[in-house]
Design a protein around this ligand. Structure first.
Ligand code: MG
Length: 380
C-alpha cells in the first residue's frame, strides 16, 4: 500500500458528509473507470433472495418446474413429444431436440439431469444428451460414470472444445446438477471482441473454468470463432437416450463492459459518458440541498466525475461565501464548527491532491488560515 493514499480509508456516504466528517472516498475515477475507489455514489447491488433447499433464487426465470412442458416446443416450434414423469422431463428417442420458448443470451443457468438407471451401451452411446446454450454451444450430458470416452466429448465438456476439469458424476439413475455461467461471443464490425466463455460446476465441482468458446463447438470439426445472436433458446438434445431433466432456471447476466456495462474496465468513451452522467446526477442532488455548506460539498464532489467552468464557478462562489463566514467566527462559535470546517478542509485537500481544484484556491487558503489560527493542525 502506498503511503500517499492518506484519504483512502475515509469513505463516506454521499451527501452525508457531516455525520462522519470525512471527505469523499479513495482514488478518483480515471480514463477507464467511471467510479472512484469505495464510491458511495455507485448503486447498491440488487437484492436476490437465495432459494432454499434447491429452489431457484428470487430473480430466476423458471423454464421447467417439473409440472408441464408448456414453455417448450420441438425444434420446429411444434408441440414436443418429450414427456413429464415424476417431476422431470424425459427425452423420447427420435422425437428431436426440445427447445425453450424463452430466448436469452448471457446467463447463469441451472439444470439437473439423470442418465437412465438401466445402463445400456457405452462411450457416447450411453445416457447422451446435451445442454445447448442459445441452441449453439453444447455442454455435454453423458453417462460417464465408469464409462470412458474421448475427453472433449465427456459429460460437462464444452463439446469438441474443452474436456471437463474433473469427472464429478453421480451413478446412472441419480440426478446431477450443472450450474453454468455463459457469456456469448461478441463481434463488432465482423471482428471478435470477446470470444465468449463457459464456466460450469457439476454437482458443485468446478469443471469448466472460464473456457473460451472458440465458436459453437461441433462433432469432429475444429470450431471457428463466429458471432452469436443476442438471444437464443435453450435446447436439450435427443441423442437417442431417455435422459431426464428437472429444475431448469436461469438468471440473465448484466452486460459486460464491452457491451455497455459500467462495471470493470471500460473504453475511454464509455467511461467519459458515464462520468458525465454521474456528475449530472450528483448536481441534480446538490440542487435539492438547502444547507449552503453541504450544497458546496456535493457540487465539489460532482467535479470529481466531470466539471466545467459553470460548475467550478458555482462551487467557487459557495466556497468563497463559506470561507468568509468561517473567518468571521472565533472562540466558542468557531470551536463548535470544528468538525464541519475540518471536513471542508479534507474535501479541498482531496480535490487539490487529485488536481481537480488548484491547491492555492482562495477559500482553501482562507480555511487553512482559520485552522492554523485555532491551532487545530497542531499534533496533540
Ligand atoms: Mg450430446
Amino acid at each position: 500500500m502506498k503511503k500517499t493514499h492518506f484519504l483512502l480509508s475515509l469513505g463516506i456516504l454521499a451527501g452525508a458528509h457531516t455525520a462522519s466528517g470525512q471527505a469523499f472516498y479513495g482514488d478518483p475515477p480515471d480514463e477507464t473507470h467511471p467510479w472512484a475507489i469505495h464510491d458511495h455514489n455507485r448503486p447498491q447491488p440488487p437484492v436476490v433472495t437465495p432459494g432454499k433447499n434447491g429452489a431457484p433464487p428470487s430473480d430466476a426465470v423458471v423454464l421447467f418446474d417439473g409440472k408441464n412442458l408448456s414453455g417448450w416446443t420441438n425444434d420446429k416450434g411444434e408441440p414436443t413429444k418429450w414427456v413429464v414423469k415424476d417431476n422431470a422431463m424425459e427425452c423420447v428417442p427420435k422425437s428431436g431436440y426440445i427447445r425453450s420458448k424463452q430466448e436469452f443470451g448471457d446467463c447463469q443457468l441451472h439444470v439437473e439431469w439423470a442418465a437412465p438407471a438401466e445402463v445400456k451401451g457405452s462411450g457416447q452411446g450411453r445416457g447422451n444428451s446435451g445442454v445447448f446454450l442459445m441452441g449453439m454451444a453444447e455442454v455435454q450430458v453423458l453417462d460417464n460414470y465408469q464409462n470412458p470416452t474421448y475427453p472433449d466429448g465427456f459429460a460437462a465438456s464444452v463439446y469438441g472444445i474443452n474436456p471437463p476439469l474433473a469427472n464429478a458424476l453421480n451413478p446412472p439413475g441419480q440426478f446431477n446438477s450443472y450450474d453454468i455461467i455463459f457469456r456469448r461471443p461478441i463481434f463488432k464490425d465482423g471482428k471478435q471482441v470477446d470470444p465468449g466463455y463457459l464456466t460450469v460446476f457439476c454437482n458443485g465441482v468446478l469443471v469448466q473454468d472460464h473456457t473460451p468458446l472458440e465458436g459453437p463447438g461441433g462433432h469432429k470439426r475444429r470450431s471457428k470463432p463466429r458471432a452469436f445472436p443476442e438471444k437464443g433458446p435453450l435446447k436439450l438434445q435427443d441423442h437417442g437416450n431417455p435422459v431426464r431433466f428437472r429444475n431448469i432456471w436461469y438468471r440473465p447476466l448484466p452486460p459486460r463492459a464491452i457491451e455497455g456495462g459500467t462495471d470493470g474496465q471500460l473504453t475511454p468513451e464509455t467511461t467519459m459518458a458515464k462520468r458525465q452522467q454521474i456528475a449530472a446526477e450528483i448536481r441534480e442532488d446538490a440542487a435539492k440541498i438547502t444547507d449552503p455548506r453541504k450544497k458546496m460539498l456535493r457540487l465539489m464532489e460532482s467535479m470529481i466525475y466531470g466539471g466545467g467552468a459553470r460548475i467550478q464557478a458555482e462551487a467557487g462562489k459557495l466556497a468563497n461565501a463559506y470561507a468568509r463566514s468561517v473567518s468571521a467566527l472565533d472562540g466558542q462559535a468557531l470551536e463548535q464548527k470544528k468538525g464541519e470546517i475540518m471536513e471542508v478542509k479534507r474535501a479541498f485537500d482531496y480535490l487539490a491532491k487529485h488536481k481537480i481544484m488548484p491547491s492555492d484556491l482562495g477559500p482553501k487558503k482562507s480555511i487553512e488560515q482559520t485552522i492554523e489560527k485555532a491551532g487545530w493542525n497542531k499534533k496533540k
